[in-house]
Write a protein that binds this ligand. Structure first.
Ligand SMILES: *Cc1c(COP(=O)(O)O)cnc(C)c1O
Length: 412
């Protein structure tokens, strides 16, 4: 195993990492419940839910069974000209729980791709109606919408992680996260705007910031007023994380286009979806053909659709709202004392998301080492030490995470 890990470290890229001077990586042998079992025998509590995904934890019997059952039928078939029960059943369940204006679904293979598809839908909607000047997007500063080129172009262009590509990306408009700035941007540019794209309520990878439901309501109203489509990117927030099934429910708004991913399969497989309203669909068909120009090879993969269906059923049958509410309360109580620490700038909690923002960037390697010594897996970035645990975490295990976060402050 150690030979293999040495080979891995010399040949395999990791996310946002150097190949020649790689940061430490920890080999996981197995995972179950909220625990990750390392190859070296150590066990850690997962406070990241594998980047928002593993809401039910790991090695979940109902999800294992769903995949195994589908495997006996077929692992995959192309979606061009073929269809299958897992995709149809998932679409039906998904459309019954998202905001009611959502009527059509496009299955994509990752969150970033679902954002690409959302942008294409918005552009085709106007183009098919002969309104060619509506070809730009308006996004928020500190936004994160993914790593592919179309998605990168709507991430924060200056402080965001993709600023090095600024010269080759299409140019869109960006607003500060407040209503005055947003109003003036949409007023100034609406003739050119196909759509506004936002992460509802929570800006995730761009800095773990929360904003008010009133702001989201005002964005919705202004998009109506100026005839601009609204895309909500619920890839991180979807499926209960913020205390509502979807974050746009906090503002009680209807998007025109919506992206979901991450927790869609309970963290089992890569699957995402772009949903749209009947109005957007009709716009795309205004040219008479209405052909949406996208079609991933692994579109609506049956294994992924089956496990997504089982994960949604498991979520809806569970007391998820109470669980998220309890996690939020405990995070608020346990992390409150961190506000007194001289290096801490802010402590904030929203749903099952707990964030400590430091005054300066943290020493990720040191902090992570300290956390692991206390049996906790987190992945700090920038000035942030944060957690978004699986919903099934026990109060005792969550206490271990928050205590470890408090201790790690001295290494930050
Ligand atoms: C993670 C994320 C994406 C990208 O999803 P991938 O599956 O990593 O491509 C897009 N938008 C938001 C808000 C995300 O959190």
């Amino acid at each position: 195993m150690s030979d293999l890990l040495k080979f891995e470290s010399e040949h395999v890229w990791h996310p946002y990492a150097s190949m020649q001077n790689p940061p430490p990586v920890y080999a996981v042998k197995s995972a179950s419940g909220v625990l990750l079992n390392f190859e070296d025998g150590r066990t850690v509590i997962d406070g990241m839910a594998s980047w928002w995904c593993a809401i039910h934890g790991y090695n979940v019997p109902a999800l294992n069974t769903a995949i195994e059952a589908q495997l006996g039928n077929m692992a995959h078939v192309m979606f061009g000209g073929l269809t299958h029960k897992p995709a149809a059943a998932l679409a039906k369940l998904l459309l019954s729980i998202v905001p009611q204006d959502m009527q059509h679904v496009f299955f994509a293979d990752s969150g970033s791709v679902s954002v690409e598809v959302a942008i294409k839908m918005a552009l085709q909607h106007w183009q098919a109606q002969g309104i060619r000047e509506k070809s730009k997007l308006l996004a928020l500063k500190s936004a994160y919408h993914g790593d592919t080129f179309g998605a990168m172009a709507v991430c924060d262009p200056i402080s965001g992680m993709h600023h090095m590509f600024a010269d080759v990306l299409p140019k869109h408009y960006f607003s500060d996260v407040n209503i005055e700035a947003f109003t003036s941007q949409i007023k100034a540019h609406h003739h050119e705007l196909a759509a506004v794209i936002v992460e509802p309520m929570v800006q995730g990878a761009g800095g773990m910031q929360f904003y008010s439901p009133e702001f989201l309501q005002q964005i919705r109203a202004l998009c109506h007023q100026y005839d601009v489509l609204l895309i909500v990117d619920e890839i991180a927030t979807g499926f209960g994380r913020t205390g509502k099934l979807f974050a746009c429910e906090h503002a009680n708004i209807q998007p025109d286009i919506m992206c979901v991913g991450k927790a869609l399969t309970g963290g089992y497989m890569s699957l995402a979806a772009t949903l749209c309203s009947a109005k957007v669909c009709a716009g795309i068909h205004a040219d008479g053909a209405g052909i949406l120009m996208h079609g991933p090879t692994f579109m609506a993969n049956p294994l992924a659709c089956s496990v997504a269906l089982a994960s949604l059923q498991l979520l809806l049958d569970s007391p998820w709202q109470q669980r998220v509410c309890d996690i939020a309360l405990q995070l608020s109580n346990d992390l409150a004392v961190c506000r007194q620490h001289p290096s801490v700038a802010d402590v904030r909690v929203f749903g099952a998301i707990g964030v400590i923002e430091m005054k300066a960037p943290v020493d990720v390697k040191k902090v992570q080492q300290c956390l692991i010594e206390q049996g906790v897996w987190l992945r700090p970035f920038g000035k942030l030490i944060y957690t978004m645990p699986p919903f099934i975490i026990s109060p005792e295990n969550l206490r271990t995470i928050t205590s470890a976060m408090r201790k790690a402050l001295s290494f930050a």
